[in-house]
Design a protein around this ligand. Structure first.
Ligand code: FES
Length: 123
């Protein structure tokens, strides 16, 4: 029996994690985020050291994190009930091109517009 010379060289969890990364571009900053499966876009921005406009701290209630989906809508995850309710309350409608970054998950490349996203060190 032949053994794979690379067996055990790369942990499967790391390979799996990289395989489940999606690229999200945030305009007008041209910020490139790596978002893991199940992670929200806003959480990925925080992890990368960026501030995303919010008053509710990701509770899906303020609506300030709303972002415009410019490309890759087919890669946006399903809209949870609390996101739908907040969009209806704050915008008066639910439009698939408007998503709350604190609830938005992705499974492929997506481009968003969100003004106010900035590096955390800018205050
Ligand atoms: S951060 Fe408040 S609704 Fe998303």
């Amino acid at each position: 029996m032949l053994l794979d010379p690379d067996y055990g060289k790369y942990p499967f969890t790391e390979v799996d994690r990289e395989a489940r990364m999606s690229q999200v571009t945030v305009l007008p900053l041209s910020l490139e985020l790596e978002v893991t499966e199940g992670q929200t876009v806003m959480a990925a921005a925080h992890a990368a050291g960026y501030v995303w406009p919010t008053e509710c701290e990701m509770a899906a209630s303020c609506g300030l994190c709303v972002s415009i989906v410019r490309a890759g809508a087919e890669h946006c995850g399903p809209m949870p009930d609390e996101e739908r309710e907040t969009l209806e309350r704050t915008m008066g409608m639910v439009d698939p091109s408007r998503r709350l970054a604190c609830r938005l998950t992705v499974d492929g490349p997506v481009t968003l517009t969100k003004r106010g996203v900035r590096p955390a060190e800018e205050g």
